[in-house]
Design a protein around this ligand. Structure first.
Ligand SMILES: Cc1ncc(COP(=O)(O)O)c(C=O)c1O
Length: 913
């Protein structure tokens, strides 16, 4: 079993059924031809025997169909065997078993027809009733299982909002495995009294439980198996509802910490109806979308509008002679659901008291935060809100210089002083990695030594980065909090909102870390750990270099968990463009509640888009109900793509997907993990790396190196779009970023692989035909793209005029006065990039000081910020830069600089704060 298997149980299963389908047909064909082939029958029987134990974890096809198939095989009845295998295989592939009762019955024809994947307005029909499965862990004899299943089934009523089926298993191991493998499971009902061991032999699972879920059967207290299973399941899939039926003293159990992960506890097994209703209720709580549902209701009402927004209700569109096509294109509902009102069943994003408030609370639950706020102008806005909420003028923010520009603009607006820290460079791909913990610790210790630590308010990092570098937020926050126990962390998880929904990504998220640290510091065992650390470390001397090597621990009596996360819900989930969220886990939120509200008012439109808010509500519903399945599948797809491209004999001659080894230097990869999956690693290695390494690579973000095929990133991006209808977004000098997402299918993967194979063939044939000359041109092009890459310039420093203490070792500066100085033209001058003046001033002065942000796309980080002294490295980089889009720089004018005369004699003063 390797990592892919954990992600791919569902896909691998469908594949196995298709394989069985093919082999059973071959067997049947041999019979029809009058030459029954026993070998083919044995092959089919073997495949079926492999499939059979795994099917115990899914409700469909279920025991009835499986027994019938087994009997057909024993009776050498190829006809029935083939028909049923085909029926199941199709039903699994299309998902028709979720709504077609014929798919469940061995005697009925039909497996459910076309896949339910067409847009709902293309395939109208009766309202869709969602389907899910309930995992029942029971100590009862398997012979009684069918009766128990039927008992629950009898309780179904037509008015139920959902359909569900039951899967029964008989042990702890099987319960855990069912939770991991079966994406359809939404609720788990645990009957007390089952054994730990599965009746199947599952050595890998045993190890997985021990290593990954930290379940050691030896240390489970007698009688605690059921509650341990509940905790294990919720740790792995926090969104699931867990119910416990026990004849222990439920009153006592209900109030204990042990029972915290359990939604409801029932006494004995007499409560079938209650259990059934609780299951439906639990799922409907996640299904509920307070704002979206109200908006739908609102759209049905005959409202007369006398407010702005003539487009609301569509009358200005539908009656128009000239813009009717807009109505046709978008459909009626979009207009019926538009309103600028905040009454009549709607709510106000700026002052939510009704369904938006409720929707935000539900988002907080789903994403594992204490609070959640919706934003309708992207994470660009969310970042500015958080920066302004937690910083006042003069506060210092330790920030990755490669953060999205919204952070830098946020500092200007808030008057905060950025203390820029550098990520490690990946010069070979013209991109940056992430900021080493050592760098951040050193900066904090510098500030402590210089007496400015009290002004350091925030550490601000991007997780994961555009290119997929995931921090270890738990470790980072822990060590920073050891130096300053009330630090606030802003984690820009613009790309990473989905990560909450599977256990592998979740361990690298800000909210996952906030929860884990809160639990850790409350644990009495941590006090002992801290005591031992404090005795060894003594009083932290900021000049002591050994602190950089030690794992520092915060004082449990002083530490505060103050974590903010922003995510572009629209980037990784089903929200409309600009839909974003701010997640908050701040134990001292009361201190910033007022400023947070002000910041929210500052940046939020008074006309937030209703559809964006509704889509945030719906995206949350989706992730709570199918986020696990979707994120597991997307991860699987990415692992397959990685393996296919890098292992393909032809494609890998010219293209390569960068591996963790390529993207993360060895010093940050303690595990030594080189790549995901065989031959380089197995699931153990991958999980260890995700748990412990300083940085890990998000497998779903694939840096595809195209320089080795002679394409620069932009050229390749355009080629993919124009010739092959493949769209990607980010490029570097010699690579493109292929992001897999929850919408990607195996067909998308096949398309990309086909494109790469076709292009590789073309290059092969061009080089063959062109002979030596062509090969030399190609080699020179590859060399120029892959080797002659410009060095990435570090942040130099702020000009002394913007520094409180120009002699300090720290580098924070007042960016806001520099930014606003440039508003006065008389303070500014332009110097052409290619001019000799630049070289002369670099040599002899006066210093070149940037008047504004200069942000090339790609790579997208500011290579100059207002007030920054420009160095020869920056100029060399700019001159080599071959991208067209450089925000803040117009070649015709040149670089915009602050005039030396305007800076002469200027000193930072209290008014800069
Ligand atoms: C790291 C990061 N943060 C924030 C943003 C801005 O997000 P949005 O497009 O939702 O405004 C981006 C956009 O690409 C980003 O890459």
């Amino acid at each position: 079993m390797d990592l892919v298997d954990f992600f791919s149980a569902a896909e691998a299963r469908t594949d196995r059924w298709r394989q069985l389908n093919a082999s059973s047909r071959a067997w049947e064909a041999s019979i029809e031809q009058g030459k029954p082939d026993e070998k083919l029958r044995t092959e089919a029987a073997q495949l079926f025997a492999e499939i059979r134990p795994l099917e115990d974890y899914w409700a469909y096809p279920g025991p009835r169909l499986m027994t019938t198939i087994g009997e057909a095989l024993e009776q050498h009845n190829a006809g029935v065997f083939v028909r049923l295998v085909q029926k199941i295989s199709n039903a699994l592939l299309t998902g028709s078993y979720r709504y077609e009762s014929a798919a469940w019955d061995p005697l009925l024809e039909g497996e459910g027809g076309a896949p339910d994947v067409l847009p709902p307005d293309v395939k109208p029909g009766e309202a869709h009733k969602p389907y899910f499965e309930v995992l029942l862990v029971t100590p009862n004899d398997p012979k009684t299982w069918e009766r128990a299943r039927n008992e629950l089934k009898r309780l179904r009523r037509p008015e139920d909002m959902f359909n569900y089926e039951i899967v029964q298993v008989g042990s702890f191991e099987d319960g855990a495995l069912g939770t991991i493998f079966n994406h359809n499971v939404q609720a788990i009902v645990i009957y007390d009294g089952f054994p730990f061991r599965s009746r199947h032999d599952l050595p890998v699972m045993r190890e997985f439980l021990l290593r990954h879920l930290r379940v050691d059967p030896v240390s489970i207290a007698p009688g605690a198996l059921a509650t341990t299973l509940a905790r294990t399941v919720r740790n792995f899939r926090p969104e699931l509802d867990v119910y416990l039926l026990t004849d222990r003293a439920v009153e006592k159990l209900a109030g204990s910490d042990e029972a915290a992960p359990i939604r409801r506890i029932f006494h004995n097994i007499e409560e079938v109806m209650e259990v059934h209703l609780a299951i439906l209720d639990g799922v409907s709580e996640r299904y509920d979308t307070p704002f979206f549902s109200n908006l739908k209701k609102y759209a049905q009402r005959p409202v007369g509008t006398f407010h702005a927004l003539p487009i609301a209700r569509g009358k200005s569109v539908f009656r128009s002679n000239w813009i009717r096509d807009m109505g046709q294109f978008y459909g009626t509902n979009l207009f019926l659901a538009e309103s600028s009102a905040t009454t009549g069943g709607l709510d106000s994003l700026l002052e939510p008291t009704g369904n938006i408030k409720k929707a935000q609370e539900m988002a907080a639950r789903a994403f594992g935060s204490k609070r959640a706020y919706f934003a309708t102008n992207g994470t660009s806005t969310s970042n500015k809100i958080v920066v302004q909420a937690v910083c006042k003028p003069g506060d210092i923010v330790i920030v990755d210089r490669n953060c999205h520009k919204s952070h830098h603009y946020g500092f200007v607006l808030a008057g905060a002083q950025p203390y820029y820290v550098e990520a490690y460079p990946l010069t070979q791909y013209s991109m940056y990695g992430a900021v080493p913990l050592r760098t951040i610790k050193k900066v904090l210790l510098n500030c402590k030594a210089e007496g400015t630590l009290d002004r350091v308010k925030v550490v601000d990092m991007t997780n994961c980065t555009f290119d997929g570098h995931m921090y270890n937020p738990k470790r980072l926050m822990e060590e920073c909090l050891a130096i300053k126990p009330d630090l606030i962390f802003l984690w820009d998880e613009a790309w990473f909102g989905f990560a909450r929904f599977n256990a592998l990504h979740r361990r690298r998220t800000a909210m996952g870390a906030a929860a884990a640290l809160t639990t850790r510091y409350r644990d009495p065992a941590y006090r002992d750990e801290y005591k031992a650390f404090a005795a060894k470390a003594g009083k932290l001397d900021p000049t002591d270099a050994k602190l950089l090597e030690m794992h520092l621990l915060p004082d449990p009596d002083k530490v505060r968990i103050r974590v903010y996360q922003t995510n572009s819900t629209h980037k990784s989930m089903s929200a409309l463009r600009q839909g974003s969220m701010i997640l908050v886990w701040d134990e001292d939120f009361y201190k910033v509640e007022g400023p947070f509200e002000e910041a929210f008012f500052t940046h939020t439109s008074t006309s937030p888009n209703q559809q964006i808010i509704a889509s945030l509500d719906v995206a949350r519903r989706q992730m709570e109900l199918e986020g696990y399945e979707l994120t597991m599948k997307m991860t699987e797809l990415s692992l397959k793509l990685r393996r296919e491209v890098n292992g393909h004999p032809l494609i890998s001659k010219y293209f390569r997907i960068a591996t963790p080894e390529d993207m993360i230097p060895a010093e940050f990869r303690g595990s030594g993990l080189k790549d995901y999956g065989p031959p380089n690693s197995n699931w153990r290695d991958a999980i260890d790396a995700l748990d412990n390494d300083e940085f890990a690579l998000d497998p779903t973000r694939l840096t595809l190196i195209c320089g080795t095929a002679g394409f620069d990133g932009t050229e390749f991006k355009n080629l993919l779009a124009e010739r092959f209808d493949v769209q990607i977004n980010k490029t570097s000098r010699n690579s493109i970023l292929v992001q897999t997402n929850i919408n990607n299918t195996r067909s998308d993967a096949a398309l990309l692989i086909k494109v790469l194979a076709d292009l590789s063939r073309e290059i092969d044939s061009r080089l063959d035909k062109g002979g030596k000359e062509e090969q030399e041109i190609f080699a020179a092009r590859v060399k120029s793209l892959m080797t002659d890459v410009p060095d990435l310039p570090n942040f130099s420093r702020f000009h002394d005029a913007f520094r409180d203490n120009p002699k300090a070792a720290s580098n924070e500066g007042h960016m806001r006065p520099a930014f606003f100085m440039a508003y006065d033209d008389s303070n500014c001058e332009f110097v052409k990039l290619a001019s000799r003046e630049i070289d002369e001033r670099l040599k002899k002065g006066p210093e070149l000081v940037s008047a504004n942000f200069v942000i090339p796309y790609p790579p997208g980080f500011p290579i100059m910020v207002p007030g920054q002294v420009i160095t020869s490295e920056t100029i060399a980089f700019m001159r080599k830069l071959d991208v067209k889009e450089i925000h803040g720089y117009h070649a015709a004018h040149g670089l915009k600089l602050l005039k030396p005369a305007a800076l002469a004699g200027r000193k930072a003063s209290a008014s800069d704060r």
